[in-house]
Design a protein around this ligand. Structure first.
Ligand code: PGD
Ligand code: PGD
Ligand code: 6MO
Length: 826
């Protein structure tokens, strides 16, 4: 392994042990120093080679034989490689690969906006790259001239590939910023509600911040509560290159004998691994469950009044709601039991165990991706405040244990810079100098298309929804990620033009007017850090194979468009791919030096074919979240208005939103299992898939490892299956008023009765693309979910809200076509 030389490591014997066995200096001096020509054409010509690279799924070596990647071998230091890596390799070669620039025939022949119902029917015409770039550039100009720059939407949300240069989302914004302006998006689909409410409650967004580390948990925690939180599934991937540090972390808990409880409608992988206690509430009823626990703490005097007095504000305003003094309904265990389906004794028992143990409440994101999703996160923090263990080793709450290996200790590493969006931001929103750019909450794009000119409340401000005529997506799959597919299809008809860069024929690409084929990150060079929190290494993402067919890098595509619009030089700054990568590395090298570490020169790093390791120091290894605040609530004050945890928010009270009251509150969602006005008998869980990253890899051979009759799996409890005469392996139709999909039944005790699970990310494959409401033949769950917002506060998505029913599919089984090339007549 290649490591930095740290002055501190050499000087201080206490820290030296982190380098033991690594032979840092030896590794460096043994490195063959070879300067090479690092251009694309210069890919080594040996018959077999192994090339280091990285992706959302981890660091790997691409084994290349005669120019073809035959295997992606996990890196030797990966503590838990994901089996998905084989699907990753296949994404280069899969049948769903986009080969050439394509334009929808009606759009090409009749112009923008022609035959909008025909989007998705596969009638594309192949064009040359020159033609495609010209069409795109001219259309951007036309829309800006006719409708204003805000009519161009470049908010393009999604899980594009990692890499500091080939960040297609940023590159799209860079091109649009430099050539005029556009409407952008704010927020994300992952934590849209939590990231807006948490700054009011804890003073920062928290959800993407480091948790108390696993070594601390292993030593101090008695009880680890995984509340809708499944690190063993969700940390298979990371936003940057995955380190998989959650796996050894969870193993430490197991070895230390930490007791685990999983509160989840599904039996999770983490619960299984830790042999945890499984408590299955009805989906979307966690707020009542938390309130029932809180009520027990209060009524049995198990809450920490001293903590509440010293470190929080607003408990006195919340208390009358909890006791029922304000609305006549005590939120006691009996009341909660009635709603969430967990019996009152269990609820009281949970309260007592939480209070008598060193308890860590680990919350996932699913519960805030629900109607009124702000409340569950707020209520969990409130519960942790009442328990009074925040800032103590192993106690309190953690909001990213399941995500990108939060809790895996952070190394002492510099931060790699990245290409900017042309407006001063690395990858964030766009603020045009003319000030005319608009940002809309990311999940409200469909609402915007349907309601131009409407005023929307958002986080204490008002937004006038712009008229959008052109949307450009790069690095996301809205026809997978957005809710209420049929409403979305209606909204899409308002667009004149939809342009997509991707490397695979997703439903999004199929619904585009202009499709530009890009490279996968295995066909270009880049650089990235390993671990979103761990930051353990810098890895060269070296090109594994040549670009396939006519694929081009997003960088080159956007540079060409910018050039057509007169800003080519500004876009590239005259720098090549390797110039940029070298530049990012060099500035990290300078930062590292300031931290007392010496990174090898770039060429040594690049040619080493190894990730560069950074040291881990005690202070960060044993990090305790909010310890400094607990130590000194004045000097370490939180970023909230009062500097304390806010159980009541004056700011939110001031907004006066009916769907987001000023303290955590149970609000009925539009629908839920056994809800008062709910029409359907089953709750639809749309968890993140075990065998994919959202929709990524659905088009690869890896699908065969989980698909049932080539359909997305639908997990059902035996009780619900039997009642519908459904057997394991049957094709079923899952439906509600919003839509209908086919899926393959998996009958399992791992899902509670009343809940079916169809993971998000299945590719949308309408039987008749021209018909809204048509049956989806593969199983895109977002045909069934509502497109509504969580609340006026955060306007986030409600992907994990939804009910429906399931029946055995008896008709002629339609073929799944979405994984092959669309019909091409050229
Ligand atoms: P991905 O499948 O990752 O889904 O939604 P997102 O759109 O991120 O899509 C990424 C796309 O980018 C893929 O089509 C991939 O091929 C493409 N891509 C990858 N690399 C590149 C590149 O270098 N260049 C270009 N041009 N394209 C590239 C995810 C979103 O879904 C998220 S984050 C969440 S948390 C939500 N979760 C749910 C949910 O829990 N339940 C429901 N019902 N719905 C959800 N939707 C959301
Ligand atoms: P989910 O799988 O949707 O993941 O992280 P998030 O935590 O949102 O849900 C986690 C758990 O919550 C599941 O076990 C689910 O059963 C449970 N759950 C659902 N509804 C409820 C409820 O009402 N109450 C309770 N108590 N539990 C509930 C998502 C995160 O994962 C994100 S945002 C992204 S972008 C990444 N996506 C993927 C991915 O697509 N695939 C994998 N393998 N890993 C990922 N990691 C990341
Ligand atoms: Mo997400």
């Amino acid at each position: 392994e290649l490591r930095v030389v740290s002055n501190a490591d050499v000087a201080s014997p206490g820290r030296r042990r982190f380098l033991q066995g690594s032979a840092a200096t030896a590794a460096l001096s043994a490195m063959p120093f070879s300067l090479s020509f690092l251009s694309k054409g210069a890919l080594a010509q040996e018959a077999t080679k192994e090339v280091i690279s990285g992706c959302h799924w981890g660091v790997f070596k691409g084994v290349v034989e005669d120019g073809r990647a035959v295997e992606f071998k996990p890196w030797g230091d990966d503590p838990q490689p994901t089996p998905m890596l084989q699907g990753v390799r296949d994404s280069i070669y899969s049948a769903s690969r986009i080969r050439y620039p394509m334009v929808r025939r009606a759009w090409l022949e009749q112009g923008p906006g022609a035959d909008p119902d025909g989007r998705g029917d596969g009638d594309f015409v192949r064009v040359s790259w020159d033609k495609a770039i010209e069409l795109v550039a001219n259309e951007i100009t036309r829309v800006r001239e006719q409708h204003g720059q805000q009519a161009v939407y470049g908010g393009s949300y999604g899980w594009k590939s990692p890499g500091k240069l080939h960040n297609c989302k940023t590159l799209l914004r860079r091109m649009l910023n430099l050539t005029g302006g556009f409407t952008s998006s704010i927020g994300d689909y992952s934590t849209g509600a939590a990231q807006v409410i948490l700054p009011y409650v804890t003073g920062s967004i928290e959800v993407y911040e480091q948790c108390t580390t696993y070594p601390v948990l292993a030593e101090h925690t008695d009880l680890m509560v995984f509340w809708g939180c499944d690190p063993h599934n969700n940390s298979q991937i990371s936003w940057q290159v995955a380190d998989h540090g959650a796996f050894p972390g969870i193993e430490m808990l197991k070895e230390a004998g930490v007791k685990a409880i999983s509160i989840d409608p599904l039996k999770t992988l983490t619960c299984d691994y830790l042999d945890g206690e499984w408590i299955a509430p009805k989906p979307q009823t966690d707020v009542p469950l938390m309130l029932g626990i809180a009520h027990t703490l209060l009524s049995e005097d198990l809450h920490d009044q001293e903590f509440l007095d010293r470190y929080t504000s607003g408990f006195e305003e919340f208390k009358p709601y909890l006791t029922g003094e304000s609305d006549g309904q005590p939120k006691d265990a009996e009341w909660a039991a009635e709603i969430c389906g967990i019996d009152a004794d269990t609820i009281r028992d949970l309260a007592r165990r939480f209070a008598s143990s060193r308890t860590m409440l680990a919350l996932g994101y699913s519960m805030q991706r629900q109607h009124h999703g702000e409340q569950s996160t707020w209520m969990l923090v409130t519960l942790a405040c009442m328990l009074g263990q925040i800032g103590l080793p192993g106690g309190g709450y953690g909001l990213s244990y399941h995500y990108s290996s939060g809790g895996a200790p952070t190394h002492n590493s510099p931060i790699l810079k990245a290409i900017g969006d042309g407006a001063g931001g690395g990858s964030g929103g766009s603020v045009d100098e003319s000030g005319s750019d608009v940002m809309i909450p990311v999940a409200r794009f469909v609402e915007t298309l349907l309601n131009p000119g409407k005023t929307m409340q958002f986080n204490g401000s008002e937004i006038e929804l712009p008229l959008i005529k052109l949307a450009y997506w790069a690095g996301g799959n809205p026809f997978a990620h957005h809710q209420d597919r049929n409403e979305m299809l209606r909204a899409w008809r308002e667009l004149d033009t939809f342009i997509v860069n991707d490397f695979q024929w997703t439903a999004t690409a199929r619904h585009a007017d202009i499709v530009l084929p890009c490279t996968t990150s295995y066909e270009r060079n880049d650089i990235e850090q390993v671990g979103d929190y761990a930051l353990s290494h810098i890895v060269a993402m070296r090109q594994v194979v040549e670009p396939q067919f006519e694929a081009r890098d997003d960088f080159d595509i956007f540079a060409a468009i910018a050039d057509k619009l007169g800003k080519g030089r500004e876009f590239t700054e005259g720098r090549s791919e390797m110039d940029w990568i070298r530049g990012f590395y060099e500035s990290a090298k300078i930062e590292a030096r300031a931290k007392g570490m010496e990174m090898p020169v770039f060429d040594v790093f690049w040619e080493s074919n190894k990730p560069l390791a950074f040291p881990l120091e005690d202070e960060k290894k044993y990090f305790v979240r909010h310890a400094s605040f607990r130590e000194d609530p004045i000097l370490g004050a939180l970023g909230t208005a009062t500097g304390k945890f806010e159980i009541y928010s004056r700011a939110i009270a001031g907004y006066g939103y009916d769907d987001c009251p000023p303290h955590p509150t149970w609000l009925e969602p539009i629908e839920r299992l056994d809800g008062p006005d709910t029409q359907y008998p089953l709750s639809i869980a749309s968890n993140h898939p075990r065998g994919r990253l959202h929709s990524q890899l659905c088009g690869t051979e890896f699908r065969k490892t989980y698909a049932v009759q080539n359909r997305e799996p639908c997990w059902m409890n035996p009780h619900d299956a039997k009642a519908r005469n459904i057997k394991d392996g049957d094709v079923v139709r899952v439906f509600n008023d919003r839509g209908q999909i086919l899926a393959g039944a998996v009958v399992t005790e791992d899902v509670m009765p009343g809940v079916v699970r169809v993971s998000e990310g299945g590719w949308f494959d309408p039987l008749n693309p021209r018909e809204i409401g048509s049956l989806c033949c593969y199983g895109d769950v977002n045909n069934l979910t509502p497109g509504i917002a969580t609340s006026k506060l955060s306007q986030a998505n409600c992907g994990q809200t939804g009910v429906g029913d399931v029946e055995k599919f008896e008709g002629d089984l339609p073929e799944v076509l979405v994984f092959s090339q669309p019909e091409i007549r050229s």
